[in-house]
Design a protein around this ligand. Structure first.
Ligand code: PMP
Length: 396
């Protein structure tokens, strides 16, 4: 009998990944996350971060972080519900609620644990969750933790969503429809006005994970709800503070009642130490900056349009993206990883995204254009895409 502590069963799984050509070592970034980075010792253009607005290394945010360390120390010292709740956390939530034009905001330690904690807390036995089939993994995990029944509807398919509501609404107390605002792997926007209409028709609640819409869509990045003018008609809006905002954390925006309940049953707030001052203060500063000017979101969209137009003209398949998320669809898993590797060899970092993150056979390299990129960097990246695309014969 083999020694279980040698983890041979995991070694076999890893060997399998290697044989499929999808095993990878984690790249190491030396220095800040910017549009040009030092990766494994080499200078490359970075087209893989969620740092949409270039805030991750912004001087104003860094100063806010340093000042907060001086005034409030390096740790919150406890979970929020015991003694981890500082004045700076309260200020942040007030400012975020103003920005989102909602009654209240509850901040969590990450977007992931926000979904994991909130979905579980706001649904109960006797409820039904109806979730888009392409929703993010943290939503799937949140649903798994919930005691409600769950079902999925075909991606952004309103007929399928209505069929489920028609057939099953009356069997449940509450029904919660969950969708990403912007889908992270394809960059398409959820048909939110139609979802809200169906929810109102069938007396269901709505929950929008706007991790990739916050800081990107709507007036100065207020998100997908603002983009469609649906304020007051979406029950729970989730945002992340780790992507456009550039730091770490997640939040639910909505009614005061939501916040009161999550203070008692949002498990990450009860059982995991709260956000440190060095994270909280720069987030507030980032929200202030978005409330001052649309300069950052304007630059983001300008860059995204510029880059997408160039790639598309060259004949790359960009799927159905409507946002700065720019997937370049390759298909085969091993070929996708090879494409990504060749791009890196030539000076541009774009990670390959393959199963299980996306369905088998839809491998892609996913380019994330940011406000921080210069036109020169984008031109250089396009040149490299063209060269590698020709070499690998993936141009249409
Ligand atoms: N929701 C979506 C749609 C996401 O793309 C992500 C990040 N990959 C998350 C939630 C989790 O956010 P965070 O990285 O802040 O934990």
């Amino acid at each position: 009998m083999s020694n279980v502590h040698e983890l041979n069963y995991l070694k076999e799984n890893i060997q399998q990944l290697k044989e499929e050509g999808v095993y990878r070592e984690l790249p190491i970034l030396e220095g800040p996350n910017e549009s040009e980075i030092i990766l494994n010792g080499k200078k490359v253009i970075n087209l893989s971060s969620n740092n949409y607005l270039g805030f991750a290394n912004h001087p104003r945010l860094k100063k806010a972080a340093v000042d907060a360390v001086e005034s409030h120390g390096v740790g919150a010292g406890a979970v929020r519900t015991i003694i981890g709740n500082m004045d700076i956390h309260e200020n942040l939530e007030k400012r975020l609620a103003e920005f989102k034009r909602e009654e209240a905001v509850m901040v969590f330690q990450s977007g992931f644990n926000c979904n994991a904690g909130a979905i579980q807390a706001i649904t109960q036995k006797g409820d039904l969750i109806i979730s888009d089939e392409l929703n993010h993994a943290s939503i799937i995990d949140g649903c798994r933790l919930s005691r409600a029944d769950k079902t999925v509807y075909k991606h952004s398919d309103m007929e399928d969503l209505e069929r489920i509501l028609r057939e099953r609404r009356d069997d449940y107390n509450n029904v919660l429809i969950i969708t990403d605002g912007v889908f992270s792997m394809d960059g398409d926007i959820a048909p939110l006005p139609e979802i809200v209409e169906l929810a109102e028709k069938y007396n269901a609640m709505t929950y929008v994970d706007d991790a990739h819409g916050s800081g990107v869509l709507g007036e100065s990045g207020r998100g997908t709800v603002d983009h469609f003018g649906l304020h007051g008609r979406v029950d729970f809006t989730i945002g992340t503070l780790s992507k456009a905002i550039g730091v770490i954390g997640g939040y639910v925006a909505g009614k005061k009642t939501m916040k009161q309940w999550l203070s008692h049953r949002g498990r990450p707030l009860l059982f995991s130490t709260y956000l440190p001052p060095a994270a909280v203060a720069p987030i507030t500063e980032a929200v202030n900056m978005l409330m001052e000017t649309t300069e950052y979101t304007d630059k983001l969209w300008d860059n995204a349009k510029y880059f997408k137009e160039k790639l598309s003209t060259l004949g790359f398949d960009l799927g159905k993206s409507e946002t700065p998320i720019t997937p370049v669809i390759i298909g085969d898993e091993a070929e996708t990883m090879e494409f990504s590797k060749k791009l890196l060899d030539n000076g541009v970092f774009v990670s390959g995204i393959i199963f299980p993150t996306v369905p088998k056979g839809t491998g892609r390299v996913r380019c994330m254009v940011t406000a921080g990129h210069t036109k020169e960097q984008l031109d250089k990246a396009v040149e490299i895409f063209q060269k590698v695309g020709k070499e690998m014969n993936v141009l249409k």
